[in-house]
Write a protein that binds this ligand. Structure first.
Ligand SMILES: Nc1ncnc2c1ncn2[C@@H]1O[C@H](COP(=O)(O)OP(=O)(O)O)[C@@H](O)[C@H]1O
Ligand SMILES: [Mg+2]
Length: 324
């Protein structure tokens, strides 16, 4: 039997649970001419949720990870490359006739994908961005309006000086496109969308993604653990008590616990032992974090994890709701 838990990457199908209200809400926004800013800490499920909603609409979409983009030119390249995957080259070429700076296309023989590059001497990157975004609006149709998702949008501040202002002035002209902005740095996202001085002030509806409700997560865990143990209710409740329904940590701890039960790796309390294993796996991360803490940081939060690392024979006793 395959381990039914998954963590770290986008989850869908049987690995995705609940979020019914959020899904419906996002679909309603996409069915209007409005835009969405979805904010939560990292690993709460923003990317998974938005991809699920967008796929339900069956409309073309582009997802850009702003963390992996280092310049305005690269942003233009990525959007254009994505458009080439969605629409026939003939259609793109037709609308590109108005481009003020013409890019070069090359085919990557390994992936068969088309790579785009603008001349290194092309320094007017605003012009590139304007033309590419104009193209997005033109290829998009009224029946199948394109959805453009900016993941980790707060990174816009590091990509180019004044890019937020420029992008806002370009995006506000688009009528055939829905924009979704995802962000994990909550204070920065709040500043971008809620500060009156910010160019993106109230540009879209702001939605805070919360943890998955306990009842739904309990059902999700119970269903999977009941296939391998009669103690499934106790196991699920112990896991959620520690993770407090944090989506990523719940899946991770459930994965580890399921592994131990299914393969009879150790006796005793499975959940406690799985936590101990996870803490050991993250030993180096904790060390690095510990060394970077300055003396005034609230170190008590991490003390129980540190105790386990420092004395390997100590039994790991998670303080309720510690670490997570
Ligand atoms: N709806 C969900 N149901 C179950 N697990 C989820 C759900 N959403 C997220 N997760 C868990 O959280 C992890 C991180 O999800 P992700 O969408 O990458 O979050 P974010 O984009 O907020 O960082 C996933 O790999 C999965 O383990
Ligand atoms: Mg994400």
């Amino acid at each position: 039997m395959k381990n039914p838990f998954k963590f770290g990457t986008i989850v869908e199908k049987e690995y995705f649970t609940d979020r019914q209200n959020e899904l419906q809400y996002i679909c309603r926004i996409l069915d209007s001419e409005n835009h969405l800013a979805l904010i939560s800490p990292r690993r709460f499920g923003k990317s998974s949720l938005v991809l699920k909603a967008v796929k339900q609409t069956e409309r073309p979409y582009i997802m850009l990870n702003m963390q992996s983009i280092t310049s305005v030119k690269e942003l233009g390249n990525k959007i254009l490359e994505s458009l080439l995957k969605l629409y026939p080259m003939k259609k793109i070429k037709l609308f590109m006739r108005n481009f003020r700076i013409i890019p070069t296309f090359s085919t990557n023989p390994l992936t068969n994908g088309v790579e785009v590059s603008f001349e290194p001497s092309a320094t007017n990157t605003d012009m590139i961005l304007e033309d590419v975004m104009d193209l997005v609006g033109k290829v998009s149709t009224e029946e199948k309006r394109i959805i453009l998702i900016f993941d980790e949008f707060q990174e816009i501040k590091d990509i180019g000086q004044g890019l937020d202002k420029k992008l806002r002035s370009i995006l506000q002209l688009q009528t055939n496109v829905n924009f979704i902005f995802l962000g994990s740095q909550e204070s920065m996202m709040e500043e971008i969308f809620n500060d009156k001085k910010s160019p993106f002030y109230h540009f879209g509806l702001i939605m805070q993604l919360k943890r998955i409700p306990e009842a739904e997560f309990t059902d999700f865990l119970n269903e999977r653990f009941s296939k391998i143990t009669d103690d499934y209710e106790k196991i699920s409740s112990e896991i959620l008590q520690v993770t407090r329904c944090h989506p990523y940590y719940t899946q991770q701890l459930a994965f580890q616990t399921w592994d131990a039960i299914n393969y009879k790796l150790f006796g005793g309390n499975f959940v406690d032992n799985a936590i101990g294993q996870l803490v050991e796996m993250h030993d180096l991360d904790f060390e690095r974090f510990w060394l970077n803490l300055n003396k005034t940081d609230p170190i008590h939060l991490f003390s129980s994890a540190k105790t386990a690392i420092r004395s390997p024979n100590a039994t790991y006793q998670p303080a309720p709701h510690s670490v997570l």
